[in-house]
Ligand binder design. Structure first.
Ligand SMILES: Cc1ncc(COP(=O)(O)O)c(C=O)c1O
Length: 483
């Protein structure tokens, strides 16, 4: 067996350590073992509980609190994953997981993740990882083409949409208050900036305002209309009110696919107001944006050409495993200007570069996220993704029909994407209880949300493993729990 060995004695035994890495023949065996484990897991996923019913602390309680002093075998570690970790998980990839936005796990996605691991590069500069940098530029441009965005939009991959909106608003802030990157906000007699988002928008707008020193309360929530879309007249009034009170409107976040109901804000009308008042328009297409790959959803992209920034989360809709989020900015240089900062020790690695992605955000070290996207998008093609999204819509229509044909239930919001909000015609508590009971059973997983102050149940479809049978079973569970 290859590898450098070190003998070490402790009180009761002599342990052989291999210095350096696992010997190749051992590693090969472990990889095969892991490959079997992954294939078994994926094949049997539908037969295990979707969610545990443990009390908080149960998993930690079953694991040693002390850090390991000596090496443990992979066999033992893998068996603990099986014994303790797997049963302690909510399985987002499970066919009966109908929570949040469904999930994007697929075989090719897993292969992409696995292929990324041995490369383990840092995609901070082109010089330190030319292929990672160029592949990122390539796949980001694929998404730009799929979204029908003009070429003046450039993009960068981050982990999440929350990080994307924070960077977008940092650029908006810099353009509204030049030199903020240099001097900060305080002590400069600047106006109070305001950001507007609908009452249905994601809380990441507030998180960004917190991080950027804009203040959470300066994210103003605009009422939504009967279909949960931003009320444009109300937005206009709020902006005018703020201007009269000497606030400075900074940005509007328009959502395409809101978190609760997947409603789509009227981006063209919002964009018109933004242009009139020179306000930054950010489109949060974290969930809904991906549907633009379908010709029948082209309408959702109306007005995007006038946006300053757009976030798309392929880890929500375009089958890339978590995490993978793209921020597009019209003229990406605007983003670079705010964040470029080259420390001396990296200078040599930044010259003659195609692009140094460390210049486009606060992160220096960056994962090679583009590889898994490239693998999955080549494996499915746009057509393969489109077929799968359409099938999600087919299942959604079935569910809607079932809900409509049972008088004890009612739809709680229009259905735009594979997200269905509905209510048991009873009080809030009974709706909560149905969800809680089903989730505790481990047989399916759904969520609840509040719409206009009322608790509703919510089903999000997206898992490629979810079939009509699974959905029917989930619906029967709901009916039974309601009974
Ligand atoms: C509409 C919308 N925007 C943004 C986010 C935040 O996404 P992320 O978890 O990638 O930060 C979510 C999360 O569900 C969302 O639904």
């Amino acid at each position: 067996m290859e590898g450098r060995m070190r003998q070490e004695s402790n009180s009761d035994r002599t342990v052989a350590h291999y210095l350096g890495d696992t010997p190749p023949e051992v590693f090969r065996k472990q990889l095969h073992q892991l490959a079997d484990w992954i294939a078994d897991f994926r094949e049997n996923l539908g037969n295990i509980r979707v969610a545990p019913n443990d009390k908080p602390g149960a998993i930690r309680g079953a694991l040693p609190a002390q850090p390991p002093e000596n090496a443990e075998s992979f066999d033992k570690i893998l068996s603990d994953i099986d014994r303790l970790i797997v049963p302690g998980m909510v399985h987002w990839s499970h066919p009966m997981f109908l929570g949040y936005f469904g999930w994007t796990q697929t075989g090719p996605g897993i292969l992409g993740e696995i292929a990324t691991a041995p490369l383990n590069v840092n995609a901070m500069t082109w010089r330190t990882s030319p292929a990672a940098t160029e592949l990122e530029t390539l796949v980001v441009d694929w998404v730009r083409q799929w979204m029908g965005l003009p070429e003046e939009f450039g993009g960068v991959v981050y982990d999440t949409a929350s990080v994307g909106v924070m960077h977008a608003l940092a650029v908006a802030r810099e353009e509204a208050a030049p030199s903020t990157r240099k001097l900060g906000l305080t002590g400069r007699d600047l106006p109070i900036f305001r950001v507007y988002a609908s009452d249905q928008a994601h809380s990441s707008a507030e998180k960004a305002a917190i991080a950027l020193g804009l203040g959470e309360e300066n994210v103003q929530r605009v009422p939504s209309d009967a279909e949960f879309r931003m009320d444009v007249a109300a937005l206009r009034k709020m902006i005018e009110r703020d201007l009269a009170q000497k606030f400075k409107p900074l940005a509007v976040v328009a959502t395409v696919g809101t978190t609760s109901t997947a409603s789509v804000d009227p981006v063209p009308e919002i964009g018109k107001i933004c242009r009139e008042h020179k306000i930054w328009l950010h489109v949060d297409g974290a969930y809904g944006g991906g549907f633009a790959i379908l010709p029948e959803y082209q309408w959702i992209t109306k007005g995007w050409g006038n946006a300053d920034s757009i976030v798309i989360n392929p880890h929500k809709t375009l089958f890339v495993p978590l995490d993978f989020s793209i921020l597009f900015v019209r003229d990406l240089e605007r983003l670079r200007r705010v964040f470029t900062l080259v420390p001396e020790y990296l200078r040599g690695d930044t010259i003659d570069a195609e692009k140094n992605y460390m210049d486009y955000g606060i992160q220096l070290g960056r994962r090679f996220r583009a590889l898994k996207a490239w693998v999955i998008w080549r494996s499915l093609g746009r057509a393969g993704m489109a077929d799968r999204l359409r099938d999600q819509m087919r299942l959604t229509s079935l569910l809607v029909d079932w809900i409509k044909s049972d008088q004890r239930f009612e739809l709680a919001a229009p259905v735009v994407m594979p997200v269905v909000c509905f209510r048991f015609v009873g009080n809030d508590q009974s709706n909560s209880e149905i969800v809680e009971r089903i989730n505790a059973s481990g047989q399916a997983y759904l969520t609840q949300t509040k719409l206009r102050g009322r608790t509703v149940m919510r089903i999000g479809l997206g898992n490629v493993l979810t079939t009509e049978d699974h959905l029917r079973r989930a619906w029967e569970l709901i009916q039974k729990a309601a009974g």
